[in-house]
Design a protein around this ligand. Sequence first.
Ligand code: ADP
Length: 435
Amino acid sequence: MKSIKMFRKLRYKLTVLCALITMGIMILFSVLYLTISEHTLRENYQLSFQHDFDSICSSLEQQKTISYDYLLHLEQNNGYQIFLWDNGQPLAFNLLKNHLPYEEYAEAAKESYFSRQTASEKRGGIFDFYVSESGETGCIGLRQIFPGQSLPKMAYERNDQSKGLLLIVFAPDTSLLTQLHRQRLLFLILCLLTELILILFAFLFTKKLLRPIADNQKKQLLFVANASHELRTPLAVILSSLDVKPPHYEETIRQEAQRMSHLVEDMLFLTGLETGKRPASLKPLAPDTFLLTFYEQTESLVRESGHSYHLLLPEESVPDFSCDKEKMTQLLLNLLQNAITYTPKGGRITLALCLKKREICFQVIDNGIGIDPEKRKEIFERFYKEDSSRHEKGHYGLGLCIAKEIVLSHKGRILVTETPGGGSTFSCCFPVTTF
Ligand code: ADP
């Protein structure tokens, strides 16, 4: 329960961390993109205004009479505010009459134009940004024009504001601001949506990511629970023997202590296999000689148990392969002990060596009770026992798990099949080229 809570907490923490990191990156890139894009939009806006302003000026220079319609059209279509003085007298002042605050502003702009600009500056016109008192912003263009005059240069130099036309155009950037606000809003919505999707994805992904760790922890807890359970029985027998002291109770205690010692040894062996990546002492081994020796060493054990014992070696020569000899012996011994246990007396047990494509396979074949095909995967689990009441002869359900770990540590594979005619065949195959 505690570990479930811990994993849930870890999952939430990881999700929040992922969300924060991605949000930070997204905000950074969005701000960067928006800054660049807004800068470009403003630049384009100013360029387009400059272009418009130049064409208004050249149109006024060429026209003999000033067309109000033309100016009104410009104000209506572009949202400009146009102010015009002819020989110092106001001629056209905000024809649409909808932006009165600009009138005062235009007067002030006119004053500063004549007080500061040199003749050459005036000829080219002035472009600037403005912020009105009411907080409106935009572009402003100012220029003195001398329609039809042959010597406008002189007129400029005289700095005579009572000659020619003075044109001031305000271009409030309301449409640009609306565009910018829209763009920012769109980015905000996109960022939020993407973030939501990322949070959902991170939440699901972390579950997948943490599953192997959670499974492993579950396995560890189960291992400890099973180990404690297995140790409880011999300990209970020892304690009750000490209390009651029945005849030969020392012998009972010795046997139970021995069982506990075997179990602890098995568990330590298993832990050692699981923590160490590869066996320490890999040496070349001739598989046929090894199997023959193993057969001879175990012959009396099998025959005493009332089974017939056979050895099958291939006729062709078998290549050496590198392995930890002690662990190989342990592997075959575990399989052999199972074959003895699960084959009724009088049964047949065979050790075989065969060569498959680039693989050497050791086989322990029996014609015993066999294994249900559905259980063939489960039997390699720790503490798996078909019959959970079975405790005799140190049958704790660790034998096959140890065998599997030994095989895996040699980069091999272990599989169980049905012996033709009944029984089980355990095959441990090792790649020849790996070592
Ligand atoms: P145990 O020490 O209890 O035999 P193992 O891990 O060696 O544990 O085996 C797990 C289970 O696999 C056994 O309880 C048994 O049901 C089954 N098993 C293993 N070897 C054989 C076999 N040769 N024939 C039939 N069943 C077997």
